[in-house]
Design a protein around this ligand. Structure first.
Ligand code: SF4
Length: 479
């Protein structure tokens, strides 16, 4: 994440978010942060803090749980050296992988002789607007020249998120001879015997999905610009020939997006050029030789888009905050006050947070303090239905407590987990609340029954094992 300059605050929402952030500079989102949002879509806390641009690492420090977050310098150095190898020698290694793995339709193939272009992009980090413009120009030019491989190294893309602009820098964008665009993600973790760490592949896929979203937005804008230019030319010709303007032909404004977003529906025209499949390039086995795999990122794209839409509806989450809430990290602000404000925003902790969120140690401590089953992972959490604490689960397994009272307490407090997922009951009608309550009791009963069954099986297994553990008088196990 980067610090961004805060200009004049335009909308009431921006003013509200700035008030939440306090005096600290705003932290802008980047591809990793957007991907992490998609990794835990149920977390209101992260959504609010990210929307407000709060420095979560500094906040974690103030709350007494700083997290050693980010890549180690060794991993960064290894990644840079690997990327340098892939992009050296005129991208020879990368081209071979692209040709081999993308399976282009005829007449192109794994041994096509299409020319290769590597346009020079503006690379000065102090001129982001020019970098974005040079990327857009290179993409527009490449889209007009089929039958050529065009490789853009470290292009810069823009994506509008909750009213502000996020700048994103993929490793490589390949414009293929068949006109499609493929995001190439270069990672330094190895692919061993054709397989890689699923958590790392998942994180890379979510990050690449953010790039594809930004690329689709860019393609749609270029498409709209081309259509507007075409319409303007047509208008001039029409005016010249008929001598009067056509009123209803040019209703869309410049840059209007003509296609609704759906990752599973390929848009028409240039907007459909970015492929929903990306190429992941990693070291092969324990060597520095590159290998690659294609990854379908349409599902993470859909999740990320939902999360981004949610950020634009952040008012709903802000409305639930206590009046006067602020995450201001000013030195004179009491840490306990900050802690209370953070605690007022619901979190959805899971051990996966440790790899993706700066607040993870704080949220883990909070969940442990509450004895929450979330600390055991999402799988266990889902299996336990509306049993929310480890104590409740143990009591249910031992047959010393019924699930119904625990559940009714939960329904009074708000969210209830049913088989279909979390249900918010505060705004629900009495009938809805009753229906939710009945289903939650059924889920709790089912979880209790399963726990009791598992406890009975365990007791039975232990009882069978007891004779083997009886020791003979001489100290050895009895035959
Ligand atoms: S660590 Fe906390 S704030 Fe971050 S995603 Fe997890 S639950 Fe949400």
């Amino acid at each position: 994440m980067n610090h961004v300059e805060t200009g004049a605050l335009r909308t009431p929402l921006e003013q509200r978010l700035a008030a939440l952030r306090g005096s600290a500079p705003q932290r802008s989102l980047d591809a990793r942060a957007l991907a992490a949002l998609a990794a835990n879509p149920g977390c209101r806390r992260r959504a609010v803090l990210d929307a407000a641009g709060v420095d979560k690492a500094a906040l974690a420090g103030r709350l007494g749980h700083p997290a050693p977050f980010g890549q180690s310098p060794f991993a960064i150095a290894r990644g840079l050296s690997f990327e340098k190898r892939i992009t050296s020698d005129g991208f020879a290694d990368l081209l071979e992988l692209l040709r081999h793995h993308l399976a282009l339709p005829a007449p192109y193939g794994s041994d096509d002789a299409c020319p290769v272009e590597t346009p020079q992009l503006v690379t000065d980090p102090k001129r982001p607007a020019e970098r974005v413009a040079s990327t857009r120009a290179a993409l527009a030019r490449a889209s007009r020249t089929p039958g050529v491989w065009t490789l853009l190294h470290h292009p810069l893309l823009r994506l509008a998120v909750a009213g502000s602009t996020v700048l994103l820098e993929p490793d490589v964008i390949a414009v293929r001879p068949d006109g499609r665009w493929t995001v190439v993600e270069i990672k330094s973790f190895p692919i061993l015997d054709g397989g890689a760490d699923p958590a790392k592949v998942g994180a890379a896929a979510r990050q690449a999905a953010v790039y594809v979203l930004a690329l689709r937005a860019t393609a749609a804008e270029l498409d709209a610009e081309a259509a507007d230019k075409q319409a303007a030319d047509k208008k001039v010709v029409s005016q010249e020939t008929a001598g009067k303007p056509e009123d209803d032909t040019f209703r869309d404004g410049p840059g209007a997006l003509r296609e609704p977003f759906d990752p599973y529906l390929e848009p028409e025209g240039l907007a459909g050029a970015p492929s929903g499949t990306v190429l992941l390039v990693c070291p092969k086995d324990f060597s520095n030789r590159p290998t690659a795999a294609t990854v379908d990122v349409r599902k993470p794209m859909a999740v990320t888009r939902r999360q981004l839409d949610r950020l634009t509806r952040i008012e709903e989450l802000l409305d639930a905050l206590p009046p006067g809430s602020s995450f201001d990290l000013a030195p004179d602000r009491a840490d306990s006050e900050l802690g209370s404000t953070v605690a007022a925003v619901g979190a959805a902790y899971s051990p996966d947070c440790l790899a993706s969120c700066e607040l993870a140690f704080h949220c883990r401590a909070e969940a442990r303090c509450a004895g929450a089953v979330e600390t055991l992972g999402r799988g266990v959490r889902g299996e336990l239905g509306s049993l929310r604490t480890v104590d409740e689960a143990l009591a249910a397994a031992q047959g010393t407590a019924s699930a119904a009272p625990a559940h009714s307490a939960v329904t009074e407090q708000g969210p209830v987990v049913t088989k279909q997922g979390p249900v918010v009951t505060e705004q629900g009608s009495a009938v809805t609340k009753q229906a939710v309550a009945e289903e939650a009791v059924a889920v709790a009963d089912e979880a209790v029954a399963r726990l009791a069954h598992a406890a009975a099986l365990r007791a039975e297994a232990l009882a069978c094992a007891v004779p083997n553990r009886v020791h003979s008088p001489d100290g050895g196990p009895e035959a």
